[in-house]
Design a protein around this ligand. Sequence first.
Ligand SMILES: [Zn+2]
Length: 170
Amino acid sequence: MTKSLFFLAILFTVACQAQPSKSSRNNNNNAKTTTMVTDTSDLSKMSDEGWKKKLSPEEYRVLRAHGTERPYTGEYDQHWEAGTYVCKGCGTALFTSDTKFDAGCGWPSFYEGMDKSKIKEVVDRSFGMTRTEVRCATCDGHLGHVFDDGPNPTGLRYCINSVSLGFEKK
Ligand SMILES: [Zn+2]
C-alpha cells in the first residue's frame, strides 16, 4: 500500500514537471515561427505585381525600376524636421535627420546611414558613368547613389530620392 502511494506520488511529480517544460518547448517553437514569418521575408519575395499594388506609380518607378525623381521636386529635399527617414518600400529605418545636409544637388543628402548593414551598395555603370548605387538591404528597393564628395566626418554623400523615403517625426 505504502509502495503504491509512493509510485503514485512519483508519477504525479513527473507529470507536473513534464507539463511546464512541454509548454515552454511549444512557446519556443511558436517564437521561432513568428520570427520567420515577418513582413521582411515576405517583402524580399514580393512579386513585381505585388510591388505595383503596394506602391504609387512614382514610388514604383524609382524604388523598383531604378528611376530618379526630378531634382528640387522631392518632398524631403528641403525638409529639416528632426526624425528618422525610413524605406518607403518596407519601413526600415535608414537615415536620421542628424546626418542630413544641404548638398544643393536637389535631392535629400545624408553623410551617413544609420546602420551600414541596412544599406546595400551596388556598382552602377549606367549612362556611361561608374557610380555606387545604394539600395535598401531589406527589400532591395533603389534609394539613390553614394558619392565621396560629402562633408565631414565621413566625406560621403548619400544622394537619395525623396520618393524612396518615408519620415517619422522625433
Ligand atoms: Zn526597404
